[in-house]
Design a protein around this ligand. Structure first.
Ligand SMILES: [Zn+2]
Ligand SMILES: [Zn+2]
Length: 382
C-alpha cells in the first residue's frame, strides 16, 4: 500500500469529526477508534495497525491548539515542508513509540501495556527500518510536478522460508541455553540479575537448519521499483512518505516506511520565494526612459510586460498567477520581474555626442530621484 504523505487523508476525516469539533469530541472519537484498531487487539492485521497510527497521528496534531491551527491553515503541508513558507517546519509526527506512549499515558493510563518488554521475552518479530531516498528534481519538475521511477534496494521477507529463517520442513527449536525463557539469570553478590540470553538474543528459540536462501536471516536483499508521484509546487526538502515501502521486518515483521526526500535544483534565471518566482530583467537606458513593451520568458512560455516611460532601475512588475502552483490547494503564486537599467558603455563618437547634447538639455525634473535630494540641499542652505 503506497500512500504519499502529500495526498493523505484529512485528519478530521480520519477521526470522523467535523472541522469545528471540540477538544472533548476529538478525544471521545479518538479513544473509540484507538481501542478498535489497537495492535494488541488486532495482532495479525497490518491494516488495523496502519489505521491505528493514522488516528494517533491525527489526534496528536488536532489535540494541540498550535498544531491544529497550522493544520487548518496549511493542511498536511504544515508538517512536511522542510523549506520556508510557514513557521511549522520539521514538526512532523514521527509515529514512534515515544509519541504513542505519551498520548496513551494521558488517555488510557495503564490500560494497555505500552511500556517496553519489562521482563518479558523479546519478540522475534521486528518492524523493518524506515528507508530514505534522496530524489533530485529539476526546478521545473518541482514547479509542475512529475512522475519518476526510482529503484531502491531493501531487505524483503524471504519467500522460500516465508520469513521463518528455517529450512523447508524444519521449525525453530527451543533455545537450550535459556530453556526458551529468553533470559539468563546471574548471581551478583546478593542479587540475582536477569540478562538477555546471548545465544538466542532473547527470543527463546534457535534455528538449527537455516533456510538456504536467506541463511537464516529471514530476509533477502531485493531491488524494488516505485513510481514516485511528485505533486506540483513541492519545495526543497519536502518529504513524501510511502507507508510500508521500507525494509521488511525480521521474521516476517511489518515493513518500515520509505521517505522520499526532494532536492530541487536551482534555476539559472528564476529564484523561488515560497510560491512566488523572482527574476531580474536588464533593459537599456533609452528603453527605460522612453518606455517599451518587453517580451519575457515565464516557466509557461512568453509573456509581455509594459514598461512605462521613465521606469527606474529596481522597479518591480508583478505577473499574477505566473508563479508556482500552491501545493494542496488551488491557485498559483506570482512572477515578480525586477528591472535593472543598464548604463550604456563602449559608446562610439556619435553616441557620445548625442548623450552630451542630451545631458546639456537635462533639467532637474528629468531626474526624479535627485530632485528630492536637490530640494533637501536647497532647504539646508536657505
Ligand atoms: Zn529464507
Ligand atoms: Zn536463549
Amino acid at each position: 500500500m503506497a500512500t504519499a504523505n502529500v495526498t493523505k487523508v484529512d485528519y478530521y476525516e480520519v477521526l470522523s469529526v467535523s472541522r469545528d469539533a471540540s477538544d472533548q469530541e476529538l478525544k471521545t472519537s479518538y479513544r473509540k477508534l484507538a481501542m478498535q484498531y489497537h495492535p494488541d487487539r488486532n495482532p495479525d492485521d497490518a491494516s488495523a495497525e496502519e489505521k491505528f497510527k493514522e488516528c494517533s497521528e491525527a489526534y496528536s496534531v488536532l489535540s494541540d491548539p498550535e498544531k491544529r491551527a497550522a493544520y487548518d491553515r496549511y493542511g498536511h503541508a504544515a508538517f512536511q515542508n522542510g523549506g520556508g513558507g510557514n513557521p511549522f517546519t520539521g514538526g512532523g509526527f514521527s509515529g514512534n513509540a515515544q509519541d504513542l506512549g505519551d498520548i496513551f499515558g494521558d488517555l488510557f493510563g495503564e490500560m494497555f501495556n505500552m511500556g517496553g518488554n519489562g521482563g518479558r521475552k523479546a519478540s522475534r518479530v521486528q518492524r523493518g527500518r524506515d528507508l530514505r531516498y534522496d530524489l533530485t528534481l529539476e526546478f521545473e519538475e518541482a514547479v509542475f510536478g512529475k512522475e519518476k521511477e526510482i529503484t531502491i534496494r531493501r531487505m524483503e521477507t524471504c519467500i522460500d522460508c516465508k520469513g521463518s529463517g528455517a529450512a523447508k520442513g524444519k521449525a525453530a527449536v527451543t533455545c537450550t541455553q535459556c530453556g526458551g525463557r529468553g533470559q539468563q539469570r546471574f548471581q551478583q553478590g546478593f542479587f540475582s540479575v536477569a540478562r538477555t540470553c546471548s545465544v538466542c538474543g532473547g527470543t527463546g528459540t534457535l534455528i538449527v537448519d537455516p533456510c538456504m536462501t536467506c541463511k537464516g536471516e529471514t530476509r533477502v536483499q531485493m531491488e524494488h521499483t516505485i513510481l514516485v508521484k511528485v505533486p506540483a509546487g513541492v519545495e526543497q526538502d519536502t518529504r513524501i512518505r510511502y507507508g510500508g515501502e521500507g525494509e521488511s521486518g525480521k521474521f516476517a515483521g511489518p515493513a518500515g516506511d520509505l521517505y522520499v526526500v526532494l532536492n530541487v535544483k536551482a534555476h539559472k534565471f528564476f529564484e523561488r520565494d515560497g510560491d512566488d518566482l523572482h527574476c531580474v530583467m536588464p533593459i537599456s537606458f533609452p528603453q527605460a526612459a522612453l518606455g517599451t513593451e518587453l517580451e519575457i520568458q515565464t516557466l509557461e512560455g512568453p509573456a509581455a510586460i509594459k514598461i512605462p516611460e521613465g521606469t527606474q532601475s529596481g522597479k518591480a512588475f508583478k505577473l499574477k498567477g505566473k508563479g508556482v502552483p500552491h501545493l494542496n490547494s488551488h491557485g498559483k503564486g506570482d512572477l515578480i520581474v525586477e528591472i535593472r537599467v543598464q548604463t550604456p558603455s563602449k559608446l562610439n563618437k556619435a553616441q557620445r555626442e548625442l548623450l552630451r547634447q542630451l545631458s546639456e538639455t537635462m533639467v532637474v525634473e528629468n531626474t526624479p530621484t535627485s530632485r528630492g535630494l536637490f530640494e533637501k540641499v536647497k532647504e539646508m542652505f536657505s
